[in-house]
Design a protein. Structure first.
Length: 353
């Protein structure tokens, strides 16, 4: 684990990744085979929206980390940030696309070449196309967050406490507006975007509380938490109607769990932290593993395998595959990105006199 990483944050990522994989496995099994739907563990994942819980943990962690990767210690910090994000995200993302296209006859399909090209950008929804793999939707939101952070950094207000408080509250109110529009006018505007951006900026304020020890940030978080307790249930009720409580429990649980795990109960287990290090590979590769499992196993075999065993097999296989893609794809490209960074954006102290 590299210096400068918080092991407990990697542990949170590891937990989030495992929960997402397990939930996707449970849902896919129950959709394909009715007898799996009766399993207790499958019903647990379905009723508690644990996948949403895991994704929200990812968003909170991004908000806790990403704004602090932009700093003036280096020349051309925005170029440095762009290089970091590109080599960290895109090579593995493109590999997952290639695998999805190669195995198209086994469950993954694309409607047109324009859909494929839109997915290459990592932001297909904003170009009017569906994602090749469903889990890509979170990466589009991450990209929006990166762009907002870069914009705020350019104007030297990325860590302006009062502005961050206002922006965070604004995204919470935006989620309520979107939910009201969807409910009142039968629209389907994604509420996930404002809610996720709220979580990310909230995560940034939590960093100021627990790492920077800012009393002002603590007051801001308290005020935002009160607003969240009032507005988030209303937003979720308006948007999801019948299932609103499941989404509320998942979202609230993620916020509570994140705060506990960065303050009172930091998990620094090497095994769980390593799972967090490879969590991006786990997240992108598990749909390929899941699809392969469902394709290779015939109905008679699945009929005698307990749901919990199938979920465990999918999780373990995803982790092993992720170890390989992290070692042979992520790590080399991250190293290449750092080499380019060193040339394009050296430390300010190395600036020629």
């Amino acid at each position: 684990m590299s210096a400068g990483r918080f092991a407990y944050l990697d542990s949170i990522r590891g937990i989030a990744a495992l929960v997402v994989v397990a939930e996707h496995a449970a849902l896919t099994l129950s959709e394909q085979y009715s007898h799996f739907a009766q399993s207790f563990i499958v019903q647990l994942f379905q009723n508690m929206e644990l996948g949403r819980f895991g994704v929200m943990l990812f968003f909170l962690t991004s908000g806790f980390v990403i704004p602090w990767s932009l700093n003036t210690k280096y020349q051309s910090p925005l170029k440095r940030f762009a290089i970091t994000r590109f080599f960290r995200l895109y090579p593995l993302y493109w590999l997952s696309m290639v695998l999805a296209l190669l195995f198209g006859s086994y469950g993954y399909h694309y409607e047109s070449y324009s859909q494929v090209f839109a997915n290459i950008s990592m932001m297909p929804k904003f170009m009017g196309h569906e994602s090749l793999i469903a889990v890509f939707w979170t990466l589009q939101i991450e990209m929006v967050f990166y762009l907002i952070c870069a914009f705020l950094f350019y104007f030297s207000v990325l860590r302006h406490r009062m502005l961050n408080f206002t922006v965070t509250l604004g995204w919470l109110f935006m989620s309520l507006v979107v939910a009201w529009v969807n409910s009142s006018f039968q629209r389907q505007i994604p509420i996930a975007l404002p809610l996720a951006l709220f979580a990310m900026f909230y995560g940034g304020l939590l960093r100021q509380c627990f790492i920077d020890k800012s009393q002002e940030a603590q007051h801001d978080v308290m005020k935002l938490s009160i607003c969240m307790v009032i507005l988030m249930p209303l937003s979720l009720y308006l948007n999801y109607q019948v299932a609103w409580l499941d989404f509320l429990i998942a979202n609230a649980g993620a916020f509570i769990c994140f705060i506990v795990l960065i303050s009172y109960f930091k998990i620094t287990s090497n095994a769980i932290a390593y799972l967090g290090v490879i969590s991006y590979s786990v997240y992108l590769m598990h749909p390929i593993i899941l699809n392969g499992y469902m394709t290779l196993m015939d109905e008679s075999a699945l009929a005698i395998i307990p749901a919990s065993w199938s979920i465990a097999i999918i999780c373990i296989s995803s982790i092993y595959f992720a170890i390989l893609t992290y070692k042979y794809v992520e790590t080399p490209f991250i190293k290449l990105g750092r080499e380019i960074q060193g040339r394009v954006s050296p430390p300010v102290s190395q600036r020629p006199v």
